[in-house]
Ligand binder design. Structure first.
Ligand code: C5P
Length: 227
């Protein structure tokens, strides 16, 4: 069964404040998008890669990804819409496995992608990497007052790459689109169908670059040879 990677990379990068779309912000001189795509390819389990970038950035993305077997398309207004556009480009693919990976997670280990795909192959229709929470978690109201301390032992931080049976992910996005719903990850749309989502251990290196601090951390990790 073929494995297709979809990398949503159409974020504006406003919170990063680098003045260019996040996908083009560099770590160690290489755009985040290129790190992410190279990591997916290095897993050795991906047959095809689709990347969704901001409107007007297709050529720029093709240029930085030069030589890599990647299809670049225009993303949507939010992450869910970007993934949906990539799925629409796969309309002629009857079945398979889809790995959705945030381009904003440039150092997700290739072995994590391989583990996610292997778990989908083993029969789980939706698979997400997770990490336990180290901090105490509290629910806070609009005024900043703590309402309740949440039991963190059952909570997990969710990462990408997330793996799916293609038909299941298609159905999840179709239902979300007709309801006008969006989610911060694709597994959330599968959950909304009432279908199970299985977890595998995540990896600290799969952290998402959102702020300038995250970018600085990524640069340090590269400099130290830890990533
Ligand atoms: O905004 P956030 O950091 O949660 O974005 C997660 C991923 O979704 C990033 O890789 C970003 O480029 C992507 N994204 C997208 N289309 C959007 C917004 C975000 O592909 N409209």
């Amino acid at each position: 069964m073929s494995v297709i990677a979809v990398a949503p990379a159409a974020g504006s990068g406003q919170r990063l404040g680098a003045g260019v779309p996040k996908a083009f912000v560099t770590i160690d001189g290489v755009p985040i998008l290129v790190h992410a795509v190279d990591g997916l390819i290095a897993s050795g389990v991906i047959d095809r890669v689709l990347v969704a970038v901001p409107a007007g950035q297709v050529e720029a993305a093709q240029t930085v990804l030069d030589g890599r077997p990647v299809e670049v398309l225009v993303g949507g207004a939010d992450r869910t819409a970007s993934v949906r556009r990539a799925l629409a480009a796969l309309d002629d693919v009857p079945d398979g496995i889809v790995v959705v990976h945030d381009a904003a997670r440039p150092f997700a280990p290739p072995g994590l992608t391989a583990a996610v795909v292997e778990t989908v192959r083993a029969g789980h229709g939706a698979v997400v990497p997770v990490l336990p929470l180290a901090d105490t978690v509290k629910q806070v109201d609009d005024l900043g007052t703590v309402q309740v301390t949440v039991d963190r032992s059952t909570l997990r931080a969710i990462q990408t790459p997330q793996g799916f049976d293609l038909a299941l992910l298609r159905r999840a996005h179709a239902v979300a689109a007709s309801a006008g719903a969006a989610a911060t990850d694709d597994a959330g749309l599968v959950e909304a169908l009432g279908e199970p989502v299985y977890t595998v251990p995540g990896h600290p290196s799969a952290f998402k670059i959102t702020t300038a601090w995250d970018r600085g951390l990524a640069e340090l990790l590269v400099a130290k040879g830890v990533r």
